[in-house]
Design a protein. Structure first.
Length: 283
């Protein structure tokens, strides 16, 4: 648990507070006396929190794939609370399986949830944040937004995509006093792995490295190293620091793997100097 003292971050809107980082963040913020507008798909999933914090927890029903509902919930939240200091895009899930194994419905659903849903929450909040002249957008991504593995192509597509979106938006809204934070956690002991993960109908042709995620999803093979409570605390702390970098990697293994992948990518690009130059117009 962390001591939350930043007086500028009093009211938070968090999508998906029924589990995972959303739940951890909501619990810590509420315990610190903050106001949380939290979205869920099933109200009974947060009954205990509602009973414990009847005055500071505002629970709203929302499926982020319903764009009209996103508009309504976010706009209404600003109208009811006057201002919102932090917008947290947390709702999402993992989808595992080779690209060929996935159905059209699975592809469309994860993009609608993990990518388009986050985009629409941010777009709806921007006019309000711009008007109030402050606020922070916190996008829960993954180190899978920088590092890709087989058997996870559509999840990577959504995370690589949302990171590009937020990086661009961060530059657009900086003059208005709005900040952005892209959170890239590594493996954590949340429902993401051990409850909410979706798995395609697997084909024997991809047995091997592509299906190695099956070991990761089985708790019998060892739990993920990340502590969700500590990760949530670091996110909250970072939101209160004006010098927090755009990308926040959580987990030592995640940071190590991200650095190695970026170093490999830089080496690959640097090896292409001559061929890149060869396509310029001759002066």
């Amino acid at each position: 648990m962390t001591a939350i003292t930043d007086e500028d971050n009093k009211t938070w809107l968090i999508t998906g507070i029924s589990s995972g980082f959303g739940k951890e963040m909501a619990e810590q913020l509420l315990a610190a006396g903050k106001t949380v507008i939290g979205t869920v798909r099933k109200p009974e999933s947060v009954r205990d929190l509602r009973e414990q914090y009847p005055d500071t927890l505002d629970v709203q029903l929302l499926d982020v794939t319903d764009v009209e509902a996103v508009y309504r919930v976010v706009d209404d939240a600003f109208h009811r609370h006057g201002r919102i200091d932090a917008i947290v895009n947390n709702a999402g899930y993992g989808l595992f399986g080779a690209a060929e194994e996935l159905t059209d419905e699975q592809v469309n659903q994860i993009l609608a949830t993990d990518l388009v849903g986050s985009i629409q929450v941010i777009r709806t909040a921007l006019p309000h944040l711009r008007k109030q002249g402050s606020g922070i957008i916190i996008q829960i991504s993954s180190y899978g937004g920088q590092v890709a593995y087989p058997g996870n192509s559509m999840y990577h597509a959504s995370k690589f995509g949302i990171e590009g979106f937020v990086e661009s938006v961060a530059q657009e809204v900086k003059p208005f006093g709005i900040r952005a934070l892209i959170v890239e956690p590594g493996g954590a002991r949340t429902e993401f792995r051990y409850g909410s993960a979706h798995v395609a109908k697997l084909m024997p042709e991809y047995d091997g490295p592509t299906h190695s995620f099956l070991k990761m999803l089985d708790p019998a093979n060892g739990l993920a190293p990340g502590d969700p409570a500590k990760m949530a605390a670091r996110i909250i702390e970072s939101a209160g620091k004006p010098d927090t970098p755009l990308h926040l990697v959580l987990g030592s293994a995640a940071l190590e793997n991200t650095i190695h992948r970026l170093e490999d990518r830089l080496a690959e690009y640097r090896s292409e100097t001559e061929i890149a130059k060869s396509t310029d117009v001759d002066e």
